[in-house]
Design a protein around this ligand. Structure first.
Ligand SMILES: [Zn+2]
Ligand SMILES: [Zn+2]
Length: 393
């Protein structure tokens, strides 16, 4: 393989979109604003457009198409395809294929298209400005998307669709409102640029700034502040370990409007088979991460013997819980495939199965709960270790 030149050739169209348009906006928006001002309705509609574009990227491009975290009715897919085209971030096909490579090769300078290790600017927007090898299209990871007629229709008519959503629609609104230029500047241009950077934060800042409660095997971070700007995608550490989950913020209090939208669509019958990672696995990942931190601490510092022993005992409990959980899972699958001869036997078996399932569910819940409690204990142990240790010589 020939090494990539330090600075490959520029991508002219992308330079115009990502550098040219913001420069134009910087001049025209205040000029025209100071001269005539912009109507309140234009601001409100720009906000509506912003959310429709943003949620079509996060709920459609990202969670539906790139990760297949749920299934959507064709009308919802069409909606995402149109408003997603309005976000001007390339077609679903290219976007989702790039994104699958990002997950597969995360932090690999050569193969992750927006590798955070190459710098904040590169992962934010720099990766699109030049023809980097790591950014070359390779659709071999998206045969499923090539079978989706809506994806392919959007891909073929991308230019027309994005012009319709970014220019024709704002212009039509402006014509109706009596301010075509104002509508083009606020709903068209400003909203486009703001949405660009809000969504790009997921590739840049969400790999730099925040905590790593689930894994430190990659650079992704959880960050509630970023979640407000990224339509709920700020729980990026969670997302990188459980990418097939339709949720990013798994707790009810975590800001994830994309998850709420998908829930709403499921309620309306437009989405189904929402993929949720079992709570046990989530707790397990968090505990495993805590044990990793604790053992790092043990290596670095002199920890009192009783604390060491406590930690070892906790680890034993943790391993036991995992074994028990695996055994319960196996039982769950065994019991659903039984065959019975006559109707009465089937009825009896069905009732018994129902009871067994309920019992299994209870045991699973208990295990989940015990992990949650253990997480709190280990957290305290780590704190104790921190205050009662002196750095090793
Ligand atoms: Zn990422
Ligand atoms: Zn993703």
């Amino acid at each position: 393989m020939t090494p990539e030149p330090e600075k490959p050739e520029f991508y002219r169209v992308n330079l115009i979109i990502f550098i040219g348009l913001p420069l134009v906006a910087l001049v025209l928006l205040p000029l025209r604003g100071l001269d005539q001002g912009y109507g309140g309705l234009l601001w409100l509609l720009a906000l509506v457009f912003l959310y429709l574009n943003g949620l079509s990227i996060t709920g459609g491009y990202h969670r539906l198409w790139a990760h297949k975290a749920y299934e959507a009715h064709w009308s919802l897919r069409l909606f995402y395809a149109l408003w997603g085209a309005g976000a001007l971030q390339n077609s679903i096909l290219i976007w989702a294929s790039d994104h699958r490579r990002h997950h597969r090769f995360v932090d690999d300078n050569e193969r992750d298209p927006y590798c955070a290790g190459r710098g904040l600017w590169f992962s934010h927007v720099g990766w699109m400005l030049r023809r980097y090898k790591s950014g070359e299209n390779d659709l071999s990871n998206a045969p499923d998307l090539q079978r989706d007629p809506i994806v392919m229709w959007q891909h073929r008519h991308y230019l027309a669709l994005t012009l319709a959503m970014n220019v024709a629609l704002p212009a039509a609104i402006g014509w109706w409102y009596g301010d075509v230029v104002g509508a083009l500047l606020v709903i068209g241009l400003l909203r486009l640029i703001v949405n660009h950077h809000f969504t790009f934060f997921i590739n840049s800042l969400a790999h730099y700034w925040g905590s790593q409660p689930y894994t430190d095997e990659n650079s992704a971070r959880d960050n509630p502040v970023l979640s407000f700007l990224t339509y709920g995608e700020g729980y990026h550490n969670y997302h990188h370990i459980f990418q097939a989950d339709y949720r990013n913020g798994v707790r009810w209090y975590q800001w994830d409007p994309t998850k709420w939208l998908i829930n709403l669509c499921a309620w309306l019958g437009l989405a189904r088979n929402l993929n949720r990672v079992p709570d046990f696995k989530i707790q397990r990942a968090m505990l495993a991460m805590q044990f990793k931190r604790a053992s790092n601490q043990l290596e670095k510092t002199d920890v009192e013997q009783p604390l060491r022993e406590k930690l070892e005992r906790e680890y034993q409990i943790f391993s036991d819980s995992i074994h028990r959980w695996k055994a319960l899972q196996a039982e769950r699958y065994e019991r659903t495939v039984e065959d019975f001869e006559d109707a009465l036997a089937q009825k009896k078996a069905a009732l018994l199965q129902k009871w067994e399932r309920a019992a299994l569910r209870t045991r699973l819940r208990e295990l989940e709960y015990s992990l949650k409690m253990q997480r709190k204990r280990v957290e305290l142990l780590i704190l104790q270790m921190q205050v009662s240790t002196v750095p090793a010589a």
